[in-house]
Design a protein around this ligand. Structure first.
Ligand code: HAM
Length: 417
């Protein structure tokens, strides 16, 4: 039976790639002093309606919502709203600031599946709460950069913009509506809806006609209030100081309603069409909007499927995480029992061991050891059982040693260290 459209299985040959990436992510979180938060996979629907925004594509068309015993619940389409809800619920805002949190796990959006776009996908996200300092905006962006370059990714493009605050947005909204009122009827259906509810999002429309029609529309970046302007230019100063190349994109608005000031996306083009692997920005009003005290926030999320696709497209070598220290080859039940004792002991000492469970021929067992690239093979055939001396073969050098049974464990441990 097929898995549902837009979902996929990660088979054992692929999981080690995921583990490698996840390991790197946790390592970088540690270096930057981010702590992990785990929230439920589903939340009350209201959280996303209020947090992500009623007019967004996510809330309008992409949520997996179900009702159970009169509760309307939704599989989380993203992690920011849930993180902020948990921060408010557990009063984490009362702890020393800034809070630096991260999460990694499945998200759900009912989108049209294609390469790098799934209905169940995995995000790694960061959220920093409790500071408006522009250096943290830059740090969040730089985090993604350092992680990507550590993973061996090249040719990334960073777009940044400022989407201002409610004050500058109010003035800009009027200007936008004035400027677009004459061409409204030529805009796409989605933009027509956005016109009333959130005209800023029209700038972000991917439809070529809308792009062309709005090329002279007033860009918010040119109408920022003094505070937002100052904040934006300081963020750029930090990025320049850290030599992070960026492109200022006045059309970058992002598809979630909570953003204020800094908005950014990191793209990579080898998956096909320029694909966004990381998107984020500041959200200074969200905590308050969800019922907490006024607390500024900023974060990003990286789509791990897209990250992996980009690494594969760029032919980045991903080291395999699986290894086999020892393979135990035995012939017959008595030899197998003895091998089982060594296997038990060596696993207790932390080694990774495989043995035969199919009573196969010695040749077949050695082949299996080869396939697993085992470093050492212990061999106990009939002669070895009689003389109580095992053969230990170093598979890298092909050297063989005869080792008395009682010394096998120590010999292996000495050889591996
Ligand atoms: P977003 O731009 O909606 O932002 O998603 C972030 C990333 O998740 C995207 O750049 C992409 O890599 C990945 N992604 C999104 N949808 C899909 C999909 N259907 N299939 C595969 N990958 C996907 C957010 O979710 C915000 N919560 C980010 C954030 C955190 N902003 C502030 N803090």
């Amino acid at each position: 039976m097929n898995a549902p459209r837009g979902t996929y299985d990660v088979l054992p040959t692929e999981t080690s790639k995921w583990q490698y990436i996840e390991g790197k992510i946790r390592d970088w979180c540690n270096r930057y002093q981010f702590q992990e938060i785990r929230t439920p996979i589903f939340e009350y629907t209201q959280l996303f309606q209020r947090g992500v925004g009623d007019t967004t594509d996510i809330v309008q068309k992409e949520m997996y919502t179900f009702t159970i015993h009169e509760d309307s619940l939704t599989l989380r389409p993203e992690g920011t709203a849930s993180t902020v809800r948990a921060v408010i619920k557990h009063k984490l805002y009362a702890q020393p600031q800034p809070l630096k949190l991260y999460y990694m796990g499945p998200m759900f959006r009912y989108e049209r599946p294609q390469a790098g776009r799934n209905r169940q996908f995995t995000q790694f996200g960061l959220e920093v709460l409790g500071t408006e300092h522009p250096s943290i905006d830059a740090e969040v962006i730089v985090f993604a950069y350092q992680l990507f370059s550590d993973l061996g990714l090249k040719n990334l493009k960073l777009d940044i913009n400022s989407v201002g605050c409610p004050k500058c947005r109010k003035d800009h909204k009027e200007k936008m509506m004035q400027s677009l009122s004459l061409i409204r009827q030529d805009l796409c259906k989605d933009c027509d809806t956005r016109f009333e509810k959130n005209p800023l999002r029209i700038l972000d429309c991917k439809n070529e006609t809308c792009k062309e029609l709005t090329k002279d529309a007033p860009m918010l970046i040119n109408h920022l209030c003094e505070d937002c302007n100052d904040h934006y230019s300081k963020v750029k100063t930090y990025l320049q100081a850290l030599q992070i190349p960026f492109n200022e994109n006045p059309r970058l608005v992002r598809g979630l309603d909570y953003y204020t000031q800094t908005a950014f996306e990191i793209m990579e083009d080898s998956i096909g069409a320029m694909s966004t692997i990381c998107g984020g920005g500041r959200y200074n009003g969200l905590v308050e909007q969800l019922g907490g005290p006024a607390t500024p926030g900023i974060g990003f999320a990286i789509g791990l499927e897209r990250l992996l696709l980009a690494m594969e497209a760029q032919k980045v070598e991903i080291p395999t995480m699986n290894h086999t220290d020892v393979y135990a080859v035995s012939l017959g039940q008595d030899a197998d029992v003895i091998c089982s004792q060594w296997v038990f002991e060596l696993r207790n000492k932390g080694l990774s061991i495989e043995k035969d469970y199919l009573s196969r021929s010695m040749k077949a067992q050695l082949k299996a050891a080869d396939r697993l690239k085992a470093k050492h093979v212990i061999i106990v055939g009939e002669t070895e059982l009689e003389t109580r001396v095992a053969i230990i073969r170093n598979m890298e050098t092909s050297e063989q040693q005869s080792i008395p049974f009682e010394k096998v464990v120590d010999y292996i441990l000495g050889g591996i260290q």
